[in-house]
Write a protein that binds this ligand. Structure first.
Ligand code: F6P
Length: 380
């Protein structure tokens, strides 16, 4: 019988973090289980910093609230943790044994890890060291393996859709090409789905290397039909057929410690090229962190609640080392081992990289077919 659990929210914030926290906490309360939250994700685990959530006013009225009431950390990887010394030097150390001790001393029967592929890889590695973990899949990119949808994704698509609707009016009024750069490092889910829902003409995603001339041709065909404007959505990680993408080095991040490369800059580049090739004026908007912030959609609130309640149910069944997932539209769970895929070695290449088992858009996916059917140019 489990008596005491803790939640750990990790990685970039998304809308829905709090709804998951609330659902785990409420299901714990229904079953007389104490519920705690680590502060700032894996950093809290290293520093043994946690608070009681059930009965805490901080955890009240949070379903509609963006961010995470218990914070979150990016690039806090307990197997390769950045330690800053008094003399100013920095080393990366494996603090996983310290984490295991902290969990055991606190008496937590289960740790819920809310996060993307990198977070779940550390969770799997901690599970192998004897900690009971249950993962819940988060990320706006929707690229966690083994699940059809992550929490936070639907809100990101809604924000992107609204942005396209608003850009539509400027495009039409000023006869312009309006380019929207959205998130998606390795997977183009946000770009593809928001292009469909926003009625865009071109969508460029990392999975389909694009030929800018093909995009320009599609726009020129529209001009020939007297449509003197076009809407283009491009994933931050889109790659041209020459293998070019737009990235820059993340400052102060050790390559093994997480996302050492940031994406950004593809939108302005594509806008300039399309302007030169079509003769239509082009502008670019980079949507950025708007996609991750603010209140979750009703869909994300329900999905997050289902994920959180399911995670607590699994804990009560003592089914650990798993990730809650949606498969064939149904709530279920899979071993974290399956989620981590090729990225097996403890402390080796982290998630959020091409080597991790991220879920990409497949070329035969129904969204790809739908986009092609209605004439959205995918740059190929
Ligand atoms: O993985 C989610 C994501 O939002 C990416 O789309 C984006 O490239 C990255 O995180 C940015 O994260 P950070 O908070 O480190 O800037």
């Amino acid at each position: 019988m489990i008596k005491k659990v803790a939640i750990l929210a990790n990685g970039g914030d998304v809308s829905g973090f709090n709804a998951v926290i609330r659902a785990i906490m409420k299901t714990a309360m229904t079953n007389g289980i104490e519920c705690y939250g680590y502060i700032d994700g894996y950093r809290g685990l290293v520093e043994n910093n946690y608070i009681r959530l059930d009965g805490n006013p901080l955890a009240s009225g949070i379903i509609a609230k963006g961010g995470s009431i218990i914070g979150s950390s990016t690039n806090a990887i307990v197997f390769h943790y950045k330690v800053e010394h008094e003399d100013g030097s920095v080393t990366y150390e494996d603090l996983s044994d310290q984490c295991v001790r902290n969990v055991k001393e606190a008496g937590f029967d289960c740790i819920f890890t809310l996060g993307g592929d990198s977070t779940q890889k550390s969770a799997r590695d901690l599970f192998l060291k004897g900690i009971n973990v249950i993962g819940v899949p988060k990320t706006v990119d929707n690229d966690v393996a083994c699940t059809e949808i992550t929490f936070g994704y639907n809100t990101a698509v809604s924000v992107a859709t609204e942005a396209i609707d608003r850009l539509h009016t400027t495009a039409e009024t000023h006869h312009r090409i309006m380019v929207l750069e959205v998130m998606g490092r390795f997977a183009g889910w946000i770009a593809l789905e928001s292009a469909i829902s926003g009625g865009a003409d071109v969508a460029l995603i990392p999975e389909i290397p694009y030929d800018i001339n093909k995009a320009a041709e599609a726009i020129k065909k529209r001009i020939a039909r007297n449509k003197k404007f076009s809407l283009v959505v491009v994933s931050e990680g889109a790659i041209s057929k020459d293998g070019e993408n737009e990235t820059y080095a993340a400052e102060g991040v050790d390559a093994k410690a997480g996302i050492s490369v940031k994406f950004g800059g593809i939108g302005p580049k594509v806008a300039k090229q399309l302007q030169d090739l079509t003769g239509l004026e082009a502008r670019c908007t980079v949507l950025g962190y708007m996609q991750r912030g603010g209140t979750p959609t009703a869909y994300d609130r329900v999905l997050s609640t289902k994920y959180g309640a399911k995670a607590m149910e699994l804990a009560m069944e003592e089914k650990f080392g798993v990730l809650t997932v949606i498969q064939n539209g149904k709530l279920s769970s899979v071993p974290l081992e399956e989620v981590i895929g090729n990225n097996k070695e403890i402390g080796a290449v982290q998630g959020g990289t091409v080597d991790s088992n991220v879920r990409l858009v497949t070329l035969d996916h129904e969204l790809v077919r739908t986009a092609r059917d209605i004439g959205i140019c995918l740059g190929d």
